[in-house]
Design a protein around this ligand. Sequence first.
Ligand SMILES: C[S@@+](CC[C@H](N)C(=O)[O-])C[C@H]1O[C@@H](n2cnc3c(N)ncnc32)[C@H](O)[C@@H]1O
Ligand code: SF4
Length: 377
Amino acid sequence: MALGIYIHIPFCLSKCPYCDFNSIVLDSGLAEEYVKSLLKEIQTFSESQAVSMVAKTIYFGGGTPSILKASQLSEILETVFSSFEVKSDAEISLEANPGTLAKEKVKKLRKSGFNRVSLGVQSFGDKELKILGRAHNSKQVIKSYKILRKYFNNLSLDLIFGIPGQSLKTWSENLNMALKLRPEHLSVYSLTIEEGTPFYYLWKQGKLGLPDEEGVRKMYLEGINLLKAQGYRQYELSNFACKGFECQHNLRYWQGKEYIGFGAGAHSYFQGVRWGNIRGIKEYVELSEKNSLLIDFRERLTQSQKINEFILLGLRMTEGIDLKKLKEDLNFDLEKFKKEEVGELIKKKFLKKEKERLRLSRKGILVSDSIIQKLVP
Ligand SMILES: C[S@@+](CC[C@H](N)C(=O)[O-])C[C@H]1O[C@@H](n2cnc3c(N)ncnc32)[C@H](O)[C@@H]1O
Ligand code: SF4
C-alpha cells in the first residue's frame, strides 16, 4: 500500500507573530524527549499494521525541523527506513530556516537520505523580515542557500506576499532575487491573518498596515507572470515548479491519497479514516511516556465529506478535477448537481472544461476561494 509519511517537528528559534502552526520556541530538553516519543510512535504504528506499507514520500515539516541536530533528524529518518518499505526514488523533504544550516550539518543531512529542502525565506528585504519578526536576515538567506546548493539538487523557497508595508515594487524585487538563485521549486503564499496571533490583534486595532485586497491580487498576478516567464509551471494555487520538481508529498494531499502523520498535532488519512494526534507538545510526550493513546480525534469520512474534499483540494491544482473519476469513485455528478453554477462560471470564464476535466481558469485562480465555495455541495 503506497503512502506519504509526515513527521512534525514543533520547535522554532522564535515564534513569528503571524504564525499559527503547532510550534513553540525550542527547549532542547523537551526536544530530546519529543524525538524519543516520535521514534516510539513510528515503530508502534508500523508494528500494528498487518499490510506492508510503501512510503513514496517522507516530509519533515514544522515548526522548524532543521533546528534539530543532524543526528536527531537522521535517527528519525533511520527509524522510518526500518519501519516501512521506502521506495528507492522516494522524495524525502526537510523544511528548513535560514540560519539553522551549517555546512557540516547540511552534508550530514544529505548523507542520511534527505533529498529535498524547502527553505523558509519569506522575503529578501531586511525591513520586511523584521516586520515579519523573522529570526534571520537576507544575508543569512543567501548563505544558507549557497550551502544547501552544494549538496542538494532539489530546493524550494517559500515567499510571503501582502506583508505589512509591502509594495508591488518590493514584492517584485523579492521574486527577482528568488529567481536569481534558480531554485527548482517556489511556494508563494499570501499572508493570512490567523486568529489569536499577534498580527491578528494589531490588524483588529487597525495598526498592521496591510496592502489592500486589490494590491495583494496584483502581487499574486505579478508572481504568476514572472515565474511563468522564467519557466516555472504553476501546478497549484501557491506552488510553482520546474518540470519534474513538483512536490510529490503535497500532491498526495491534494489528490486525496493516503498519508500517515507522526508527532504532536499531526494528521493522517488512511483506509477512509482521518485522525489527528493531540496538539500539545508536552502532552504528546507525557502520553507517549505512559504508553497512552496519542490520538485526539478519529473519524471515518462520510461520502459527502469525501466529495467536498475531492472538489476543494482538487481545484487547488491547476490540472483541476476529473469529473469522470468523481462520478465513478464517489457517485457524484457535479455538472448535474451544480448545473447552473458550473454553466455560469464557465460562461464567465472563471472555470474551464476540457474533456472530462474541470479547472480554474487564469481569471478564476485570482478569486479561487469564492469560485470553489460555489461548487462544493
Ligand atoms: C510550516 S511553515 C514552516 C516553515 C518554516 N518554519 C518557516 O517559517 O520558514 C511553511 C510556510 O508557511 C508559510 N506561512 C506560515 N504562516 C503563514 C501565514 N500566516 N500566511 C501565509 N503564509 C504563512 C510560510 O511561507 C512558511 O514558510
Ligand atoms: S519559523 Fe515557521 S513555523 Fe516557526 S513560528 Fe515562524 S513561521 Fe511558524
